[in-house]
Design a protein around this ligand. Sequence first.
Ligand code: BDP
Length: 602
Amino acid sequence: MLYPIDTISRQVKELNSIWRFKLDNGEGMKNKWYEKELTNTIKMPVPASYNDIYEDEEIRDHIGLVWYEREFIVPESWKNMRTVIRIGSATHNAKVWINGKKVLEHIGGYTPFEADITNELLWTEKNRITIAVDNILDFTTIPIGEVQTRSNKYKKLKYYFDFFNYSGIHRPVKLYCTPNQYIKDITIKTDIQQKLGYVEYSIEKHGGYNLEVDIIDENNQIIARGSGEKDIITINNPILWEPGRGYLYTLKIRLLNKDNKMIDVYDEKFGIRTVKVKDNQFLINGKPFYFKGFGKHEDGYVNGRGYNEVMNVKDFSLMKWIGANSFRTSHYPYSEEIMRLADEEGIVVIDESPAVGLNFNLSTTEDDYINLDTIERLTFPNTWNVVKCQGNHIKVMKELISRDKNHPCVVMWSVANEPASEEEGAYEYFKPIVDLIRQLDNTRPITIVEHNGSIPVNSRVADLVDVVSLNRYYGWYISSANLDYAEDLLRRELLWWWDLHKKPVIMTEYGTDTIIGLTSTTASMWTEEYQEKFLNIYHKVFDEMNFFVGEQVWNFADFATAQEVGRVEGNKKGIFTRQRKPKRAAYLLKERWHNITDYYYK
Ligand code: BDP
């Protein structure tokens, strides 16, 4: 799926602004709110989560549909063009109407969706766009969730993940136009052999005749040419895309008509690099790479999970300051804009799907244990017997790969975070998904992030993946306040993984909740000293093992979660606070990571 850009044949018009907004308590669809202008609305910025904008718990904790609406005008010059409406993301499900007519419906809160609306447009007056966004999750959606009702009236949206269920139109809404015959999609794969770079492309087009393809370097020089819908172009001595140096070439594509006149132009940036897992190593450009960085969140004050360009640039600055070279898009695909930034900045990304919390035994709170209404003690069923989300999981993997396949920053697909991979049925659930990913993209390794209860002998998915990714909390949730024992457990488990599976291991999460300014001469839980001591112990163990290829601390910054015991205004495992102030551990990591090279550390 192509990202909307301006070229000499295309134009983009952003519809980001203040929209009219309204909560729906069950009336909207019945009364066809999309048919006329909404009444009794309040103002709502787009893109943003709606939850934290107003001083109102009803808005913050709303369950169900909300409505957005605004007007727009399409320039006359677009009259003979194809006009598309594109929403970067709406969490979790959305329906879109143009002038009262439904044009689009999308399930899934973190991937873009679009529709050709050429035939719906009014040219002499304003057009109205209405978007209804639903934040309800169920056992068919990714991620899963459920609306729990107690005493027939108290409702709660129960979700099985540890981040606030921010909702709304989270990413830019754009209108764009293309010619009626146009470039539809581009896939670029690269390879390197000795001094030669190979750029293999394939183009999908709608109409048109010939295609002209140029490769342009960062000095704007044409350095090679291809032709037709598919080609492999050879480049002598290419400048490689490397961690820390995001060199990008541009594939400039021109679609021509029969008379060789240009119809459509699209520029797709790409990097020349390879990724491979070999024995105990993760290779980028043939060299053993070591991941240093974080699991992150798209999360911030007021904006919530809404696209925040300022924050993205700030976060990359902090990542460079601290010596990080990578992050994981825990626990959902991030904006296309941050992926483009990571390409440019040379930041390595593990690209994760929104399949988080497919694990009933992990994500429970006290009120899940007993239901007073029925005097029933709830038990936790086998996850794979209950969830019905494999179809949507497959759908979102297709959408993610189609969106991100050409990003050099993406070096691995993460299929899920902490699923019940030790439970019977996990293999059967994941095998078709992993097979499909390999079929869609044969250039990147695959991982599934394992929770603490999934260990080398009981994981049913370890055989499916290329890299073992572990989230471990020895010294926090397990062996709390006993870091000596935590060290022993960690060492034993890591060695066990290698012995049994012979795959490189990455720690995709390790960390402690830490309140900035809470200190103690004797390291105790929640203090800054404890966070430091915990990290030091983990690092000591990591450094002993040559199959251990990366450390990503949980989390880059403190972030909002559902209100829960054990969460003090959110999760405090950040190395930075939510305002991006460094905790003491930031300096420890800075010291360590600036002394670890991207390549050949192991
Ligand atoms: C892991 C989850 C992550 C949580 C973290 C924690 O993958 O989303 O935020 O634990 O408890 O299980 O801090």
